[in-house]
Design a protein around this ligand. Structure first.
Ligand code: AMP
Ligand code: ZN
Length: 113
């Protein structure tokens, strides 16, 4: 997608601090961390949000979750973490390219919203 920030990060036209990369997914540090460790995991193909997940593209979602444990390990998380995906306006999604936040590195708030 031409005007998508995270597609530009995948293409390398916008820099990122990479944590993990393979042919299908990219994990990089959030530019505005909300916890001591805050990593975003994205599919390299453009999917706008959780709302766009379907039978056709759900393989990449499974693949992302298969890789989250090792991404968390690489990021130094040893005592648990939270995986979050904001979807749409009420959830305050700001970048319309599907991403999973991995946050941790300290005890997190016990409420999610
Ligand atoms: P969301 O609000 O769930 O859509 O999350 C978007 C996240 O992307 C926010 O936590 C931002 O801090 C993060 N973000 C925006 N631009 C960049 C960037 N260039 N590099 C890394 N993270 C970014
Ligand atoms: Zn995109």
């Amino acid at each position: 997608m031409k005007n998508c920030l995270f597609c530009k990060i995948v293409a390398g036209t916008i820099p990122s601090s990479k944590v993990y990369e393979d042919d299908k997914i990219l994990a990089f540090k959030d530019i505005n961390p909300q916890a001591p460790v805050h990593v975003l995991v994205i599919p390299k193909t453009h999917i706008a949000s959780v709302d766009e997940i379907s039978e056709e593209n759900s393989g990449i979602i499974a693949y992302i979750f298969e890789n989250i444990p090792q991404i968390a390990k690489i990021a130094g998380l040893k005592n648990g973490y939270r995986v979050i995906s904001n979807c749409g306006p009420d959830a305050c999604q700001t970048v319309p390219h599907l991403h999973f936040h991995i946050v941790g590195g300290a005890p997190l708030a016990d409420k999610m919203a």
